[in-house]
Design a protein around this ligand. Structure first.
Ligand code: SF4
Length: 293
């Protein structure tokens, strides 16, 4: 295949996702989330550009993956519905082809622009993950300066669910000291459930030097807590992990909140897979209809 790639978690043994394909319609992302890792390997990662996609080749790749029956994930290193998509509509065009070939599709986004494509999505075998790290407007504005506000993302959950599209909410990453208040997380989980979300993924922020610098710039008052939590953690796959006891305690509590809300739960590369609901995956692929439509 020439454009579509097999999903590669870069040999990260903590990734428990089943095999799938992946494609990013854009390079980089305008949303500029302070904790985002893409800037560590994409030059000018927050200055997005469109990909010069040869749609003839893309369709031939899609025809090949149709035989595998594996899902495709759009997009793991960009947001397929960032502002460029309003103008260039690459994601919409790709969805139309995926729909024609009945490819099971996983979409992760923070954007309400995907509601524009409900006409296509509602006839696809698709699961959508909406990332909401906090419902606090002010914190979200500092953490995710150019992404749609959390209140808008809540509306997206509702509309997707009303259209019978399975919705995962990713509370990812939980940022220690900033978005880790359990009462807030519990209220958020109930809100997500009431709007129709079916599955919750929660994961703790794993730091890279450049994104940690951005987080601390926005929240300098937490620098000491960060030293304590991250200096005791391990370095795994190029990321600085928080102290294991911190992650284990917090994610166990979040798992309990999710369970009592009647939803299923996954962590994501935290090394705590024993907290996951059996048969569920953090990419939401268990919500796809199998085999192909
Ligand atoms: S939306 Fe995703 S890809 Fe875009 S900046 Fe935020 S974390 Fe990075």
């Amino acid at each position: 295949m020439r454009l579509i790639r097999e999903f590669d978690p870069w040999k990260n043994s903590l990734c428990k996702c089943p095999p799938k394909y992946t494609f990013n319609p854009y390079t980089g992302c305008k949303f500029g989330c302070r904790y985002c890792y893409i800037t560590s390997y994409i030059k000018d990662g927050f200055t997005p550009r469109i990909k010069d996609i040869d749609f003839y080749i893309l369709e031939s790749d899609i025809a090949k993956i149709a035989r595998s029956r594996l899902p495709i994930a759009l997009s793991l290193s960009t947001d397929a519905y960032q502002p460029l998509e309003s103008r260039y509509r690459l994601t919409r065009r790709i969805l139309k082809i995926l729909s024609r070939y009945r490819i099971p599709t996983l979409i992760t986004t923070k954007s309400t622009l995907l509601l524009r494509d409900l006409d296509i999505l509602r006839d696809m075998n698709v699961a959508v993950s909406i990332t909401i790290t906090t419902l606090d407007h002010d914190i979200a504005e500092k953490l995710e300066p150019y992404a749609p506000r959390p209140s808008a993302r809540l509306k997206a959950i509702k509309q997707l669910a009303e259209n019978s599209i399975p919705v995962v909410v990713r509370i990812d990453p939980i940022i220690p000291s900033i978005t880790d208040d359990l009462n807030d997380i519990g209220e958020a989980v109930k809100t997500f459930r009431d709007l129709g979300a079916r599955h919750i993924v929660a994961s703790i922020y794993k730091a890279k030097p450049d994104n940690l610098k951005r987080v601390i710039e926005a929240f300098p008052e937490f620098i000491e807590q960060y030293r304590k939590i991250y200096e005791k953690g391990k370095r795994i796959g190029g990321y600085r992990y928080p102290e294991l006891n911190y992650s284990l305690k917090l994610l166990s509590q979040v798992r309990d909140l999710v369970k009592s809300a009647g939803l299923t739960f996954n962590t994501c590369r935290d090394g705590l897979a024993h907290l996951d609901t059996p048969g569920c995956y953090c990419d939401g692929s268990h919500l796809l209809i199998k085999p192909n439509l």
